[in-house]
Design a protein around this ligand. Structure first.
Ligand code: ADP
Ligand code: ZN
Length: 699
């Protein structure tokens, strides 16, 4: 009798092991094949992770597979190796990574069609439109040249993948040379270039060189909006660029996956999920705006950061990795300090203009002098007036969308809160409603207090209110708003109108800072900067600095000095000093002093439960379980908590957190595994696994 052949299969579930199956006689599979199997009486399509194995479970209980899914593409060994790396690092299951890499939707469609012609035609139309609207001769000429090339491509004359060669400025050339050398030594490069220094040109140059050597390129951006902008720029050099993010239709994404899977070369421009394409022969991975927290997936697992994961993928693919930012993450600065990365600086702007001037306005002092009108100081109003009179454009940042962040009863003082979360609800206009920004709960706004029937009054000003104030202050100006309430369909139009000079003042939340390159922008105003800094989280200041620095980069491009005006109640805050040129080293030193990341590794364990008593009890029990698991360790990690986070009830569930800080030494990997094991055992023994979330390197 032939011995049955056993295999292991990765299932799209939160399973900590890969279950065994047997193969019916005559059926052969290889690692990576997709198979249909039964698990807990349900059918799943999994990926074979091992063949010819000796099962460690009772052989009588092993089921045969139901079928081999011939129609589905085979998962490459490199992909499985990458999933393994992600699952080890982020303490999640292989199944969770598999699910992220092969969402159910993607498995359906497999037709391969490049649709090159259609894309080129769209591009041509777009270019003609741009050429017509161009305000400068040299820009128009550039578009015209490109139109000719695209037309030639459409006529089938030039089936090339590289159109215009990238020409670097001398400063960029020096940076590229340093980068090449470090990359050749196997180092990750951190390109630290001020906004407008032309990091994109350097990426493109390196990409071109990689493609010339016959290898592929993955270009990562943190957000879809950035991808849209870069797509045009990249397509002028590589018309065959494959775009991959959640804004692309599922059918198109599956086409991109098919194109990548084919033997040839490719260049993919995408958001973090593009890491999970079936990559092969990757020569270069670019991570633009590497500091951006959008690279981190918060939920569901894998809770991975694309920056760290890109490096893992780079190792597997033997690809070079370039991270770039005007405001590198402390994590990357630390890696540069320890020699793991090589930092390459690019200190001058391509269109050398002066750095934006910074002016800090103390709103407490202004209010005392009666210098405030609503959200605006008289000084800022003057700045805006001068800018507009001089023909410039203005961006106004207010970090909170809504009309008012909260409302309060004038009679009884009550502040209406979300029935499911411990947070005040924000007032939104048109139609008037109260909205919870945590769970999305929304109810009509009547202006009447639900408990005493007194009158409700808006507290503070969100973006909608700021827009209203600006309309009153500058009635003759064209004013628009861009925030989370802006429909997706209008977002691009607003950005285009602002770029074309058809809007004088643009108000918005953080989204208005993202990479936009506006010729006419000369003043950036930040209202209530305190809502960016001064939160309890030790990472808030780093993020506030990055945001403000990026914001500064948005103003005064093309040789015109810009201005950034910051209104704050706390003008002495160190974030502003750093903005005015104090050293990154100071921030690192502070982190070192307190033993915070990047000098340690941080892991958050979040517990959620609608039963608060049980939650409190089990949070403490979990802390004890962790301490017990760590007793043997030479450098036992610090376990902080359980504590209630700033918002401790969301969508009807109370929240507690444990914070574990691990030393960055040789024992780290083993200790992480111990932690994962302890959490998993706890989850099983207490039947509490569904309430626990482990997050490695939370942001
Ligand atoms: P960064 O990404 O560093 O903020 P960009 O890549 O957006 O900078 O470059 C800023 C501006 O300078 C862009 O308009 C870009 O087209 C232009 N630029 C930069 N380098 C070059 C170059 N080598 N040749 C032509 N234009 C360049
Ligand atoms: Zn809520």
């Amino acid at each position: 009798m032939p011995v049955p052949a056993y295999i292991q299969v990765i299932l799209p579930l939160r399973l900590e092991w890969e279950p065994y199956y047997s193969l019916p006689e005559g059926v052969k599979v290889e690692v990576g094949d997709r198979v249909r199997v039964l698990f807990a009486r349900k059918e799943y399509v999994g990926a074979v992770s091992a063949v010819g194995v000796t099962p460690r479970t009772d052989e009588n209980r092993i089921l045969p597979i139901l079928a081999v899914e011939e129609g589905l593409p085979r998962v490459l060994p490199d992909e499985i190796q990458f999933w393994r790396a992600v699952s080890d690092y982020y303490l999640c299951s292989m199944g969770e990574v598999y699910k992220a890499a092969y969402p159910a939707l993607k498995t359906g469609q497999e037709e391969v069609e490049a649709r090159n012609k259609e894309r080129l035609e769209t591009r041509l139309e777009h270019l003609k439109d741009k050429a017509e609207k161009a305000r400068r001769d040299d820009t128009r000429e550039r578009y015209k040249a490109e139109i000719e090339t695209v037309e030639a491509l459409l006529r089938g004359e030039a089936p090339v993948s590289v159109l215009a060669p990238v020409t670097l400025s001398p400063a960029q050339e020096i940076a590229a040379r340093t980068a090449r050398k470090a990359l050749a030594d196997g180092k990750t490069v951190l390109l630290h270039g001020v906004t407008g220094s032309g990091k994109t040109e350097i990426y493109l140059k390196l990409a071109q060189e990689t493609l010339d050597q016959g290898r592929s390129v993955l270009f990562l951006v943190p957000e879809i909006a950035l991808s849209r902008q870069l797509e045009d720029r990249i397509a002028t050099v590589f018309p065959d660029v494959l775009v991959f993010h959640s804004g692309v239709s599922a059918a198109r994404r599956s086409q991109v996956a098919s194109c990548v899977r084919k033997p040839g070369q490719y260049l993919v421009l995408g958001t973090r999920s593009a890491l999970f394409l079936p990559h092969h022969h990757l020569g270069l991975i670019i991570v633009d705006e590497e500091h951006d927290t959008s690279y981190k997936q918060d939920a569901p697992a894998p809770r991975y950061n694309a920056r760290e994961s890109a490096i893992m993928l780079g190792v597997i693919q033997k690809a070079q990795v370039v991270l770039g930012s005007a405001t590198p993450s402390l994590e990357s600065l630390y890696n540069a300090e320890t020699g793991r990365f090589v930092k390459v600086d690019l200190k001058e702007r391509f269109h050398s203009g002066d750095e934006a001037e910074i002016r800090i306005i103390d709103t407490v002092a202004e209010r005392r002098k009666r210098g405030m009108t609503g959200s605006f100081s008289r000084k800022l109003i003057q700045e805006i007036t001068d800018t507009l009179d001089g023909g410039g454009q203005v961006l106004v940042l207010r970090a909170r969308r809504s009309y008012a962040p909260s409302v309060q009863c004038t009679e009884c003082g009550k502040i209406p809160k979300c029935p499911h979360c411990h947070v005040p609800m924000s007032l939104h206009r048109g139609p008037d409603r109260l909205e919870c920004h945590y769970c999305g709960h929304s109810e009509p706004y009547t202006g009447i207090c639900p408990s005493c029937h007194g009158e409700l009054q808006p507290l503070g000003a969100g973006t909608q209110k700021v827009e209203e104030e600006l309309t009153n202050l500058f009635p003759e100006r064209r004013i628009a708003r861009l925030d989370g309430d802006t429909p997706d369909t209008e977002e691009a139009a607003i950005i285009r109108r602002f770029a074309a000079g058809d809007i004088d003042i643009l108000v918005g939340t953080q989204i208005i800072t993202k990479g936009f390159d506006f010729d006419g922008l000369s003043l950036v105003a930040v209202l209530q900067a305190d809502s960016l800094v001064g939160q309890q989280d030790f990472r808030a200041d780093e993020r506030a600095f990055q945001l403000l620095e990026q914001f500064r980069g948005r103003s005064g491009r093309r040789g015109r000095p810009g201005r950034i005006v910051i209104q704050t109640r706390e003008p002495e805050h160190p974030v502003y000093a750093r903005l005015q040129g104090s050293d990154d080293a100071d921030l690192l030193a502070e982190r070192k002093l307190f033993g915070y990341p990047p000098y340690t590794r941080l892991i958050h364990i979040t517990l959620k439960d609608s039963n608060e008593k049980r939650l409190d009890y089990l949070s403490k029990e979990l802390r004890n379980a962790l301490l017990a698991a760590f007793t043997e360790a030479d450098t036992p990690p610090a376990v902080i908590g359980p504590y209630a986070p700033a918002v401790d009830r969301i969508a009807g569930e109370s929240i507690r957190q444990l914070r574990v800080m691990l030393a960055r030494n040789k024992a780290l990997t083993a200790l992480k595994r111990t932690l994962a094991q302890a959490v998993s055992t706890f989850g099983k023994e207490r039947k509490y696994a569904a309430h626990l979330v482990v997050d490695v390197d939370p942001v």
